[in-house]
Design a protein around this ligand. Structure first.
Ligand code: GLA
Length: 736
């Protein structure tokens, strides 16, 4: 890792182990241009690549003799309104009502380490692990300073970018758009990969060509959303899973976002990512600053898989924190699909007792334990234990669960308020609402106005006092409605455009407080399943509930899309009941276990009621989890075949970092008549090593049990057809 500045040609070069990123300062106006991002280069003499050619009919700042190139120049971070007609990254409105920003380089700072972003989640690393380039640029006319930060890592090829805006003028200014990263390059037959979905089918992978005009994904729902994801990659159309160029951006943020690629008239393209400018207007008083969240940029020459593994390693080492960062998580059983709202102490203890005998390690009590909540129509905000359900109180229940040798976890939805709650009756103005307009309800609830400190403090105290009252070792922090009807009684008219972002900052502040006061707590975020599965939340919780759909087949696609960016250790995944509560599909208990093994692993069913044969399988599944979880959590993940593409089978692999073992999961979704074995190629192994099928007894059809690593990769292995649909098997390979 190194960051250098060549004063002679005014080029900055950021080198990671395999990549270089080059930035140049050009022209008398000191524009900051993007020169190169890709495979590592040995030299920085790259100014010749900088295009300063004139575009026809384009205005320039002073109608000068020099060429006017703003509309084509590859900007590192853009202004707007002064001659660059492509979509820009920064927009303002002055007190006089004007826009127009142009940024010029002023100075820079290169330092060891990486500074934290105030109030925001961000990747981190010590002085020996990271280096940062901070470019200061400004618009002299506006008195606006813009600090562009680029951090690189000794053990990663990722680059973390962020932007801070400082108002150096003597009057306030409105920021109406502040994106966090921009990357201009030529469209080299790129295809864009994005993730799309809905409730219960989050993050399906979509690929489309990058074409003239704009193609984007976004959210204006106040959260990352079920529908689109704060991630995009663009790859050459020849790039495969294992080789070829790919670039990606992922947002370390949990609110509204936009991610866009625009191809211009000359075949250049601009990729950008940041907070969605929809309903965003931030008033910056003189001397104040605005910190925009971080974007992680990745380039890999090793295909889609190379990009994936770069994100996984970065997030495992430099984003996820806390006690469970590198630790095996307790196998939990959650009562949501087991009982929904219909439970009491006795029922929960019945489940816990049976579960503990089978080796399950934690009981999680989901929604319905507080206020008068017997369905989803009331009580959010009233975080007092409902003693008519939990006779003897919460502590009694927790103590009894602990006596069984199990940990105890609990569900909250702290950001919400039900109209039918004591809290709403006392503070109707605490809900986000447009004064005078009838508010929209979703799941019969409003969103609490967390932009107000008194509301944040109240909610925190309510939640924390429950956590203080008993030995609670896990929290599922849920968020079950999107934002709408934006209005805060706590903010003046000219700050109403700050609500979306302030709300996200408030969630971060609350989770920060919680993880500081309860450092041993295992926090799992959730939002109607996986609507807030993003890198921002991973800074506070090492795992996130991936989807409300725990059907083994649906999960193959949901988990493949999620694991394109996020480590398997972060994906909340449970074995649930059948027929599946979302799709009605019946899959073998065994297969449900294999699919959940690719995530945190747990159960979401009434263990006292499932068929005995399934129940009897739980101790084996528990043993399987303990045997393989270190490998799954820490290893390198490879996609081998994707059911969403081939419609028949799914296959993925985790290889130990030292290549001593690998676990291949093979799920045959649909059987086909008269079909021979299927050849799969198993990458990531050491070509020199000989691997043994360690669980050969589970593969009686495969007679040969030893292979060289390169044979398994390039020649492959024939997987026999399995009898029936939804069948799965694990293949455990160990090096001799
Ligand atoms: C959301 C979650 C579920 C469950 C319910 C409870 O839908 O995703 O797992 O906790 O809320 O209301």
């Amino acid at each position: 890792m190194n960051i250098s500045y060549n004063e002679g040609n005014r080029v900055f070069k950021l080198d990671t182990e395999h990549t270089s990123y080059c930035i140049g300062i050009v022209d008398e106006d000191n524009f900051i241009g993007h020169i190169y991002y890709g495979r590592k280069l040995t030299e920085d003499n790259l100014v010749y690549l900088m295009r300063t050619a004139e575009a026809p009919f384009v205005p320039s700042q002073n109608n000068r003799d020099r060429t006017s190139f703003l509309d084509t120049f590859p900007m590192e971070y853009t202004g707007n309104g002064l001659g660059d007609y492509r979509e820009g990254t920064l927009e303002v409105r002055t007190m006089g009502g004007h826009s127009g920003v142009s940024l010029s380089y002023v100075s820079h700072r290169i330092y060891d380490g990486k500074e934290a972003l105030e109030g925001l989640p961000a990747t981190f690393g010590g002085d020996k692990e990271c280096m940062t380039l901070e470019l200061t640029c400004e618009d002299k006319f506006l008195g606006l300073q813009v600090l562009l930060s680029y951090s690189i890592f000794a053990d990663s090829d990722a680059i973390a970018r962020s932007v801070k805006i400082v108002n150096r003028a003597d009057e306030a200014i409105y920021l109406t758009k502040v994106l966090s990263a921009c990357m201009d390059m030529d469209n080299d037959d790129y295809e864009m990969i994005t993730l799309h979905g809905s409730w219960a089918r989050e993050r399906a992978i979509q690929t489309r060509p990058v074409m003239k005009g704009k193609q984007s994904v976004s959210s204006i729902r106040g959260e990352s959303s079920h529908q689109e994801h704060p991630f995009m990659a663009w790859k050459k159309n020849t790039t495969t899973e294992e080789s070829g160029d790919i670039y990606a951006m992922n947002f370390v943020y949990s609110g509204n976002f936009m991610a866009q690629i625009e191809e211009n008239q000359f075949g250049g393209m601009r990729a950008m990512m940041g907070i969605n400018p929809y309903h965003f207007c931030w008033k910056l008083e003189p001397g104040e600053s605005f910190q925009a969240p971080e974007v992680i940029c990745v380039y890999s020459a090793d295909g889609i898989g190379g990009m994936t593994r770069c994100f996984h390693d970065l997030y495992r080492k430099h984003l996820i924190r806390g006690e469970y960062k590198d630790k095996k998580r307790p196998i939990l059983i959650n009562n949501w699909e087991a009982t929904y709202f219909d439970f009491n102490t006795e029922k929960l203890l019945g489940i816990a007792k049976q579960a503990s005998e089978l080796g399950i390690e934690m009981l999680v009590m989901d929604d319905g334990w507080f206020g008068r909540r017997n369905d989803d129509n009331s009580s959010l905000g009233d975080w007092q234990v409902n003693e008519s359900k939990l006779s003897g109180g919460l502590k009694h229940l927790v103590d009894e669960v602990n006596k069984l040798g199990m940990k105890f976890g609990i569900w909250f939805e702290p950001e919400m308020i039900s109209p039918d709650s004591d809290l709403y009756r006392a503070h109707p103005d605490w809900a986000i609402a447009i004064p005078g307009r009838t508010g929209s309800l979703a799941r019969n609830q409003y969103v609490l106005d967390l932009t107000r400190k008194e509301v944040r403090d109240y909610v925190y105290e309510m939640v924390a006092s429950v956590l203080r009252s008993a030995n609670i070792e896990y929290v599922k922090w849920d968020m079950n409605r999107q934002l709408s009807d934006l209005g805060s009684y706590g903010l003046p008219a000219d700050r109403q455009g700050e609500i979306y972002h302030r709300q996200v900052l408030a969630v971060y502040e609350l989770q920060d407080r919680m993880t500081k006061e309860f450092p041993h707590l295992l926090l799992e975020n959730c939002s109607g399943g996986g609507a807030r599965f993003d890198a921002g939340m991973l800074y506070y919780s090492p795992q996130i509930w991936c989807s409300d759909d725990a059907d083994a087949v649906e999960r193959l696609s949901i988990q493949a899309g999620t694991a394109m960016i996020y480590p398997l250790s972060t994906m909340g995944a449970h074995v649930s009941d059948c027929p599946n509560h979302t799709v009605g599909r019946v899959t073998p208990f065994e297969t449900r276990g294999y699919v959940a093994l690719a995530g945190t692993f747990g159960y979401e069913l009434d263990v006292t009621k499932i068929p005995e044969a399934d129940r009897n399988m739980i101790p084996q599944q528990v043993a399987m989890y303990h045997k393989y979880n270190d490998l799954v959590r820490e290893g390198d993940y490879y996609r081998i075949a994707h059911y969403a593409d081939n419609h028949f089978y799914d296959c993925y692999e985790v290889v130990a970092k030292d290549k001593s073992e690998a676990l291949v999961t093979y799920i045959q979704v649909l059987n086909r008549p008269n079909f021979h074995s299927r050849r799969i190629h198993i990458p990531g192994l050491d070509p020199e090593k000989t691997y043994v099928i360690a669980n050969a007894q589970e593969w009686p059809e495969i007679k040969q049990t030893e292979y060289k690593g390169d044979t398994l990769h390039y020649a492959g292995l024939n997987i026999p057809p399995l009898w029936g649909d939804f069948k799965g098997r694990l293949l455990h390979l160990t090096a001799k």
